[in-house]
Design a protein around this ligand. Structure first.
Ligand SMILES: N[C@@H](Cc1ccccc1)C(=O)O
Length: 499
């Protein structure tokens, strides 16, 4: 029998009595698994091989996992440092133990968050103790086994996966055995035929291509995975949000990322001593630290609203209001600053009702990073200006908007904002964890906001979280998987924004 060289080689390497995997054959023959798979399918079609398929979970170390195999787990290194400081006698300073361990950056947090959980000792107000005689660490042992390609138990695997130290993937393992026909063919002898699998520059330049016989394409063979560039999941979500809002009749706003306290806070009737206006919550600029460019008449009206309120029964904050504070420059902590610029007429001139505006833009807050918080994130800002709006209009708009993303179980909770009354927070269920997560904040702008701006009808408004929406759409459980230095590339490659 005549066969192309790779098929002949595969047939000779296969056994009649023992299953051999394609991986193993490829290794033995020094060929690419894809090439061997192609040959196997061709031989199966000729009836010379039997192929069986099995789905298995392949476990491999992530970069972080590989690093810990070499360096030791951070909590383990902290424990060893604590022991060197005699922590089994009594507790020692946490700072000193960290210093001795050589842990740096995010590793410190990782060490601290696993230390007590794994029984290495207690951490209490800056002090740390170490449980004597902790020789074993199931997670460390398991990492070493995975590195050596040995099997490990599922329970530890779950822990390691939760820590992102391993990645798990389903793959299909194909094994082959010789059929009777295959055995007979081998006994009768195989000759290598001249078929060519790949057209090369040599074949072309020598003109040999005209003499050789080409192998047939095998469209069923596994091909190498191609990871091409694609639009980021968050950008896909933002584009979709824009499409939906434009479809609902909204126009887009834009404006400065760095803005004055006036537009970010004062125009919104945020008292100047409000805690959200301190460095705990927002990033202030040193250079330039203030603007000379404020709309003077509006500043006067806003100042008066703060001091005396608006209307005949109005009441203000009875606390000082200074233009100096209003001139301060910040990275905007919300895009409601844009709504103020548009509603005041400052951005595109005086607007007559009805109007609908939105933006999908970045905001900056001095928050603590966690699974639902980033320091830079995107807000879906929006407002509707019309006569006689009510909370029903607000809820109806959200219901319509979120339905376009398959989110139909919104929940509303009463809330407080200095600038809206009434105010509502919005919640949606996470598709994977079932947890209720906050996805937005909204309300009807108060007269103290609208009157100084010269707006005489109702305005309902909101700020929705783009990343949280992306989490509900894609099932991402940690906002840090989506963007930032800890983004999960594997997740981003596969996540889909379907609509
Ligand atoms: N600025 C609010 C959102 C909001 C905008 C407009 C009205 C009400 C709420 C926030 O950042 O959470």
């Amino acid at each position: 029998m005549r066969l192309p060289p790779i098929q002949a080689a595969v047939l000779e390497a296969a056994s009649a009595t023992e299953d051999r995997t394609i991986e193993r054959l490829a290794e033995e023959l020094g060929e690419k698994p894809e090439a061997v798979t192609g040959a196997v399918f061709a031989l199966e079609e000729e009836g010379l091989l039997d192929v069986t398929e099995e789905t298995v979970e392949a476990v491999s170390l992530t970069d972080e996992g590989t690093e810990y195999v070499e360096m030791g787990l951070p909590e383990r290194r902290l424990y060893e440092a604590a022991l060197e400081l005699d922590a089994d006698e009594e507790s020692v300073s946490m700072g000193e133990a960290i210093g001795r361990s050589g842990l740096e950056g995010p590793e410190v947090d990782i060490a601290l968050s696993n230390y007590a959980r794994k029984g290495y000792g207690e951490i209490d107000s800056g002090e740390l103790s170490a449980t004597a005689g902790r020789e074993e660490d199931a997670e460390a042992d398991a990492l070493a086994l995975i590195a050596a390609e040995e099997p490990i138990t599922d329970a530890v695997l779950d822990d390691l996966a939760r820590r992102d130290l391993v990645s798990r993937r389903e793959s299909t393992v194909r094994s082959v055995t010789l059929t009777d026909a295959g055995v007979t063919a081998l006994m009768e002898g195989i000759e290598e035929s001249e078929t060519v699998g790949q057209l090369t520059p040599e074949l072309l330049t020598t003109g040999e291509w005209d003499d050789v016989e080409f192998a047939e394409y095998n469209v069923e063979a596994d091909a190498a995975e191609v990871v091409g560039g694609k639009k980021h999941v968050l950008r896909q979500t933002a584009d979709r949000v824009k499409d939906v809002l434009v479809g609902m009749g909204f126009e887009e706003m834009d404006g400065p990322h760095v803005d004055s306290e006036f537009w970010i806070n004062d125009a919104l009737f945020m008292p100047q001593d409000h805690p959200a206006r301190t460095h705990w919550d927002q990033f202030a600029l040193e250079e330039p630290s203030e603007t000379a460019d404020l709309p003077e008449e509006l500043v006067e009206r806003v100042c008066s609203a703060h001091l005396e309120g608006v209307g005949p029964d109005g009441d203000g904050y009875h606390s000082p209001w200074t233009e100096e504070v209003a001139r301060g420059m910040d990275l905007r902590g919300h895009t409601t600053s844009l709504s103020m610029r548009y509603l005041s007429g400052e951005a595109v001139g005086k607007l007559e009702p009805p109007q609908r505006y939105f933006s999908v833009e970045k905001v900056y807050r001095n928050d603590t990073l966690d699974p639902t918080h980033l320091l830079e994130f995107f807000q879906i800002e929006g407002w509707v200006m019309a006569e006689d709006l009510s909370v029903r209009d607000l809820k109806g708009t959200f219901t319509e908007f979120y339905e376009r993303f398959g989110i139909t179980d919104l929940q509303f909770k009463p809330h407080y904002n200095p600038y809206t009354e009434p105010s509502f927070e919005l919640f949606g269920h996470h598709p994977e964890t079932g947890e209720l997560i906050e996805i937005g904040n909204s309300g009807m702008f108060r007269p103290e906001v609208l009157e100084p701006l010269g707006v005489e009808c109702d305005v309902m408004a909101w700020g929705l979280a783009l990343e949280r929406l992306a989490m509900l759409i894609t099932g991402a459980e940690d906002i840090r998987d989506l963007h930032g230095t800890l983004a999960d590339i594997e997740f981003l490659r596969n996540a889909e924004v379907i609509y």
